[in-house]
Ligand binder design. Sequence first.
Ligand code: INI
Length: 165
Amino acid sequence: MSSNFKAANSVSGDVDGTGMRIALVCGRFNDHITNRLLEGAENALAVHGVAEADVTIVWVPGAYEVPMAALALIENGHADAVVCLGAVIRGETSHYDFVAGECARGIQDVQLTTGSPVIFGVLTTENLEQALARSSDEDNKGEESVRTAIEMVNLLRRLENDEQA
Ligand code: INI
């Protein structure tokens, strides 16, 4: 079924990161995976025009600590958006659900309370194989998360300026 209805306004963000300040928060736990996510993220920053001088990388012990560092970065004016990178692997922990769940909840809390994008680039997988697959050259959550961050910063700027696409 098709309709002739045409919404008057449509707004979205583009992925031009020129002049944007981006912070990356990386969990050291499972750093054989988070370093791969970081590499993907750095590739995407370069592709989308973010200058090296505008990027801050912060390392924290594990995914559980990521939201706290993201909050500090935003509250202290270090970034327009924060990309959170971590790897929580079920096979390696009995408290997977607490670490993964609290990390996700904390990240969402920070972005909704500060009004700045905080992106969930944290892998939550059943095993190492899945984590490797999602931090590869073909499929990299770090790369995807940087694109999401840039798109959200641009979208929020447009909505603030009451722009219409
Ligand atoms: N942190 C992770 O980032 N990934 C994990 O898989 C993990 N496991 O397996 O426990 C993990 N735990 C550490 C946690 O993030 C905190 O650093 C720790 O509990 C101290 O608060």
